[in-house]
Design a protein around this ligand. Structure first.
Ligand SMILES: [Fe+2]
Ligand SMILES: [Fe+2]
Length: 247
């Protein structure tokens, strides 16, 4: 676990005009965090509509894809509005293809290969994002906290649906083997969502109250609440370091 080497600032930034009076370091971090988040929301929408919809096994799951797609676009709009209020235009993201977006650290949003992987995308991938949103709900920048709270409510439902599909697969030996295979790919991807352990920027986020935990602390918390539930489904949780991109 990385030690925090920076002093924590006690800040509470109420609105955009207060934001513009903050040091450049704070402004840059807010913009970076929101650009990454906002792009991720749009990519999430594209995943549901462009990738999952086509592989959905029945009409109900197709309907779910459409509903989730709409929610993710709405999350994007919330991010776009927040950024616009601090002078940043993220509209170009709408014109960029899913494959060409480069802010979100993981390739996983661009390549989901099967329905078991789609299950783990929601159960693990969206759960990792949800953890980050929970930190944002306590952000020192109030508009971020205000944005995160309703988004969290919807993301919890996305994760729960991923869990339901996963559990359903795990009710047969054959299905469980498919999930286990998908888990070998999705466990490292999900852990990588939290970024590099030695990230200086993650320390700065904590320093300025934009996040509560460093990347590595957040990753360990995710492992603690996720691994036992996977084991309850009699899945084997892969080694935490195996196939990782961001250590
Ligand atoms: Fe979302
Ligand atoms: Fe989601």
């Amino acid at each position: 676990m990385t030690e925090l080497t920076l002093e924590k600032e006690t800040v509470f930034v109420e609105n955009p005009s207060h934001f513009f009076k903050m040091p450049k370091e704070y402004q840059d971090l807010v913009i970076r965090q929101m650009m990454v988040h906002t792009e991720g929301e749009l990519s999430g929408a594209d995943d549901y509509i462009e990738i999952f919809y086509k592989m959905a096994p029945n009409a109900y799951e197709k309907q779910i894809c459409c509903e989730r797609g709409a929610e993710e676009v709405h999350h994007y709009i919330r991010g776009q509005e927040l950024l616009r209020d601090i002078g940043v235009d993220s509209t170009y993201m709408l014109e960029t293809n899913l494959k060409d977006r480069d802010l979100y650290g993981t390739e996983a949003v661009k390549d989901i290969r099967s329905w078991p992987e789609r299950a783990l995308f929601s159960y693990l991938g969206e759960s990792a994002v949800l953890d980050q949103l929970m930190e944002m709900a306590e952000s020192s920048y109030k508009p971020i906290a205000d944005m995160a709270i309703p988004v969290i409510k919807e993301e919890k439902v996305h994760v729960a649906h991923g869990f339901r599909i996963t559990r359903e697969y795990c009710s047969t030996e054959e299905g469980k083997a498919l999930i286990q295979e998908a888990l070998e790919r999705w466990w490292p991807i999900s852990l990588d969502v939290f970024g590099r352990s030695n990230s200086k920027r993650s320390e700065l986020y904590v320093k300025w109250g934009l996040r509560k935990y460093s990347n590595e602390e957040a990753r360990q918390r995710f492992i603690e609440h996720t691994a036992p539930r996977l084991e309850e489904l009699q899945l084997v949780v892969p080694d935490h370091k195996k196939n990782r991109k961001y250590l």
